[in-house]
Design a protein around this ligand. Structure first.
Ligand code: GDP
Length: 217
């Protein structure tokens, strides 16, 4: 492909992605267990991350809406998968996975989380991509590595997305991006390139929209 052709294709993809996210998006349902999942008839993209990583803010920024995803961080309360319908006609479903890694989580809550998430990841043919969100200030933690291993074992292709990039200096962001990318390369199902985002300032949001759009083509 020539550079000019590639640039044109990239611009077309970015515009199609922008349009998709500017269109109708609606909360569909919460599933506290597998028996409550919606029909597996639409491509899904799942969002995972430690509690407080900025997942709700990122979902809201991607869709340019306030309050689509609740910014509630009550540990143990959000042990459910939340589904959102994207596009009219329906093109895609977002799956907001319960946050993990909160310090004071009781053991049975953690166990319940693992079961729900693992069952979903292993049984969902329509799950095209997972996005694992990582705070730019902290980089990967062991709980993130556990989730990456779960995704590797379930053979779900995933991307690491840095959040709150506005909270660190450019040099720190590049260091955390390089370290995160180096780890991603050691995981079979991980995409090696990292997308850095700021829900507050908008950095990386268009790039992430395009990456999501590409994953369902
Ligand atoms: P969640 O628990 O993963 O859904 O995290 P939230 O979206 O509720 O965000 C947790 C906190 O981080 C909130 O106080 C947000 O305002 C803040 N936050 C989220 N994204 C950003 C960002 O891009 N930049 C900054 N500066 N703060 C952010």
């Amino acid at each position: 492909m020539t550079d000019a052709f590639q640039a044109e294709r990239d611009a077309e993809l970015a515009e199609a992605a922008r349009k998709l996210f500017a269109g109708p998006i609606a909360f569909l349902k919460s599933a506290p267990g597998l028996q409550f999942l919606p029909g597996a008839d639409v491509p899904e993209v799942a969002f995972a991350g430690r509690s407080n990583v900025g997942k709700s803010s990122l979902l809201n920024a991607l869709t340019n809406r306030h309050g689509l995803a609740r910014t509630s961080n009550t540990p143990g309360r959000t042990q459910e998968l939340n589904f959102f319908d994207v596009g009219e006609p329906l093109r895609l479903r977002f799956v907001d996975m319960p946050g993990y890694g909160f310090a004071e989580a009781p053991k049975d809550v953690v166990r319940k989380w693992r079961h729900l998430v693992n069952d979903y990841l292993r049984g969902r043919a329509t799950l095209k991509r997972a996005l694992v969100l990582v705070d730019s200030r902290h980089g990967l933690k062991d709980v993130d590595r556990d989730v990456m291993t779960m995704l590797d074992q379930a053979a779900v292709s995933y991307r690491l997305v840095l959040t709150k990039s506005d909270k660190v200096k450019a040099s720190e962001l590049e260091a955390v991006r390089a370290a995160t990318s180096a780890e991603a390369r050691r995981h079979p199902a991980a995409h090696p390139d990292i997308i850095a985002t700021s829900s507050e300032k908008g950095g990386g949001i268009a790039e992430l929209r395009t990456a999501i759009f590409e994953s369902i083509l």
